[in-house]
Unconditional design. Sequence first.
Length: 332
Amino acid sequence: MGESRADQGRGPGTGSAEAGVTTGALARRLGVSPTTLRSWDRRYGVGPAVRSDGRHRRWTPQDVAMLEEMCRLTSAGVPPAEAARAAKSGAEPVAPEADAPAGQDDPRSRAAGALPLGDARQECKGLARAAVRLDAPSVDDQLTSLVTRHGVVVGWEEVMVPTLHAVGRKWESAGDRYVEVEHLLSWHISRVLHRAPGPAAPGVPAVGAGPVVLACVPGEQHCLPLEALHAGLVEQGLPTRMFGPAVPPEALTAAVRRLGPVAVVLWSQTRSTADRPLARHIASTAWGVKGARSHPAVLLGGPGWAGRAEPGMLRPPGLRDALTTLAGLAGG
């Protein structure tokens, strides 16, 4: 490291072994491993200004500020090499569009534990880096900004799902490692989806149109895609009732009769939970006065319904299609 930076802001005696914080303490503060800090020093020259004997490292407040900036930039999707240059110089990093084409990243800039994202949006890479570091504030900030800027559909289909899939692939190839990464990322995605704002200019719901009922079939606990659909409906100003995971058949039937929904979405993640008799029962459930009874449209969501089609029921392939179908049913 250059002596000019090491000398900046130092008072007498700050070059001693007692100056600054240790690598271990700094790693805990930043939420990265000591190995990552040593790797960043070796590859990008973002090491401590104070070294007592060439082996023991002490990080000054200026060093800490530099590393905090590097973590912030990498969490935002800036490649580590560019983030290091910007953190050291105080300059703004090169825009992501100036990075190397997808699939041609500099192998020296790949941090240990990177997720297999391939050709993904820049936001995926920043979100993945923050998730692997278990940097909860950064994960939440990035997800919130994502939904605010691009909306639920783009955020879910182009960033959240690819990053979750990358975590899953990493988990499968690394034994029991990265389970905590998936749990943290899923929890924050759920939290941000729950906070999704409504439309800027709310419309007037169609007269007499009931809400959209969202429910996982009995035994199904995997609810995140249904939460994305709920957030998308809220964003469009469509009335909805979310019942969440593993709804008992009797409770779901009672809710349908009470609410008179325009549509019921039944989510099944695996074939073992796809309850076709229940779907047929809900489709035949009626309400209203005799002679003018109504039935809900039934949408089957999730890979559990793969296989034969159910007559009269809809099976949209993704979030965008489901929202378009439901908006049409609700007269939106």
